[in-house]
Design a protein around this ligand. Sequence first.
Ligand SMILES: [Zn+2]
Ligand SMILES: [Zn+2]
Length: 367
Amino acid sequence: MTLKREAPTNSMIVNPSYQCDLSLNLHKPDLVNIDAQSWFLCCCIPSKAKFALFTVGLTREKCVPGPTISAMDKILVGAHVSIAGGVMNVFENAAAIEANFVQIFTRSPRVWKSSLISDDEAFSFKAELASGRSGLRGLVTHAPYLVNLASPDPEILDKSRAVLVENFQSASKLGARGMVVHIGSHKGAGLEASMAGIASSLRLALESVDGPCRILLENTAGQGGSVGVSFDELARIVEALNNDDRIGVCLDTQHLFASGVSYGTIEEADTVVGAIETKLGIALLGCVHLNDSKVSLGTMKDRHENLGQGLIGKEALSNLISHPSLLDVPLVLETPGGGEGPRAMDINTARELLRVGMARRGLEVQL
Ligand SMILES: [Zn+2]
Ligand SMILES: [Zn+2]
């Protein structure tokens, strides 16, 4: 079923392979991507000038089944892809590398210049995503690298906040599950000195958006006073936000390794996941950045390598991502590929790592 903006009907698209909390209060006049583990639920009734959400009497029986999702497609594996030429190009870029999940920048990551996703772009994007036609099942966005919420410089902090808010609004408009953000560097001032600035910036962004989209704090390799090098540091920030359920985390496997955490054996991988569970909670995990490493354990450098071609290696990566608690967490590659970013062969390697890891763990492999 296609949603047409010009001719609204009482229509809905529901993907039956997802689960959804139908009691959620859908009060925003827009298409909605409910991502609490998650059905795509797009329902609308005609109103005077625009769609309004169907807010009452929604039952499972009324849902129109969407396309059947294969077991393989239930595991979300994708990569960072370009939106050059417009955000609608994401669908083609994802299909070209056989990704069913993506990460995107919603603006240039290296300039302060502002550019919010337009309402028209967001509407077309969400309608296409919800239709299920493209095979793309969801996305996260990544905030620009310039953002430094821990900066001791008030001017940088101000600019960072403006960019953070704008990017979070774009992420939410596109129906992203979350916006990944590098918290930034305290430049030697220490975590304590930067905590107030980090917390107030994140709060500002959360307050600027109404909806399920989360801010996902990424763990760092620890280079140059970057905040978020340990689960304890990430937990401190989550606590400072009063455990707001729209604050989550993104686990980068290369940053984890570079920060000095080994997961070469199943036992070590289980210890890592156990630490996430204890210090943060698995529910906070919005995505995993699946990257191998050009640098060795504990070197605190952020250097990604293609899966299996780096110093982490296939066995360790497969140990970690095949942990039963992580199987519902989307995997996003940020690897160099052949120089142009992840390719289909890299996505397939990620799926192979999952298969091998699950077999090693004695888990039923349906991929
Ligand atoms: Zn990353
Ligand atoms: Zn990185």
